[in-house]
Write a protein that binds this ligand. Structure first.
Ligand SMILES: [Zn+2]
Ligand SMILES: [Zn+2]
Length: 317
């Protein structure tokens, strides 16, 4: 099974996104790129280089529903006529639109984000949303953990790897222990565990970092020889990357714990100290990162938290 990488530009800080083409029946792409003219052109050019057109695509698989990964899914599906689109059921972004926004808003309030900042984040989010088309409930099929995607030369095993988002999935080719991992594994940066509602109970936060650690360990159990991430080059030494991630997470956790004053603090207050002067999308990612580490410290019994007014206040134990 040959996995071709097509690099597609994005208007985002992260830079180009990797679309993976598996050039055998049924012709499959994993992720799509954002909904921009530049991205469609790059994708067409990349397909053409391997002798294909958009109309040849039979299956569009999404690692997760961030705009840079899923943005073109609907227009590609329309152009390719009956191509199927597959995404994990827990990946609610771009499926329930406004409802999801309300749930996110509630989480930001609990994290102690001030009203004017929430409004600024909402405007920013509206700007980002234009880079993806939304899907209706009947327009996609589900990806299941341990399910299989069949191809001519073998199968790709679906591995649910939550953390970066609740429904993030990776794909394992057991024959040579190759993994396509979306934003679960990135060569140069530690992926951000994005603040999300828990798909099983949207009034709660998804325990993103705790889940992410489980996902990293699960990928490690496959002893992968090569991991293709959502951005940047492939990783041929997963063990080294795994250890680096774990160290980075532990260091960040002790930093976060030290930032908690005697009378406690909200995630927003911690984020302000961790990332002073963060701007643009980084303002949201800063809160996300603070919440993720505070919640993990709480799960591990290193911090306590209580609800004070509408806010969650973390305290030392
Ligand atoms: Zn992502
Ligand atoms: Zn990404």
């Amino acid at each position: 099974m040959k996995i071709h990488t097509i690099s597609v530009p994005t208007p985002f800080y992260i830079g180009p996104v990797n679309v993976y083409l598996i050039a055998e029946d049924p012709i499959t792409i994993i992720d799509t790129g954002p909904k921009t003219k530049e991205a469609v052109e790059a994708l067409r050019e990349g397909l053409r280089a391997h002798g294909f057109r958009v109309s040849d695509i039979r299956r569009i698989v999404l690692t997760h529903s961030h705009e840079d990964h899923c943005g073109l899914a609907r227009s590609l599906r329309d152009e390719a006529k009956d191509a199927e689109v597959l995404v994990h059921e827990w990946e609610t972004g771009h499926r329930h639109g406004s409802l999801e926004y309300q749930e996110h808003r509630a989480l930001l309030v609990r994290a102690g984000v001030p009203d004017d900042e929430i409004e600024a984040l909402r405007r920013m989010y509206e700007g980002v949303r234009q880079y993806a088309d939304s899907f209706q409930e009947h327009e996609y099929g589900p990806l299941w953990d341990n399910g299989e995607l069949e191809l001519t030369s073998g199968t790709l095993r679906i591995v649910h790897t939550p953390g970066h988002t609740p429904g993030s999935c990776s794909f394992l080719r057991e024959a040579d222990r190759t993994v396509i991992a979306g934003d679960c594994v990135l060569k140069r940066i530690t992926p951000n565990p994005v603040l999300s509602p828990d798909p099983l109970d949207p009034s709660k936060r998804f325990p993103s970092l705790a889940e992410y650690l489980v996902s990293l360990a699960r990928l490690r159990s496959f002893a992968p020889t090569m991991v293709y991430g959502g951005h940047g080059g492939p990783v041929n030494d997963y063990e080294e990357l795994f250890n680096r991630y774990i160290r980075a997470i532990q260091e960040r956790q002790s930093q976060v714990i030290k930032l908690i004053p005697k009378d406690g603090a909200s995630a927003w207050e911690v984020a302000q100290q961790m990332f002073p002067g963060a701007d643009d999308v980084h303002r949201f990612l800063a809160v996300s990162e603070a919440v993720a580490h505070l919640d993990l410290a709480h799960i591990e019994g290193k911090l306590a938290y209580e609800i004070s007014g509408a806010k969650d206040i973390y305290r030392s134990v």
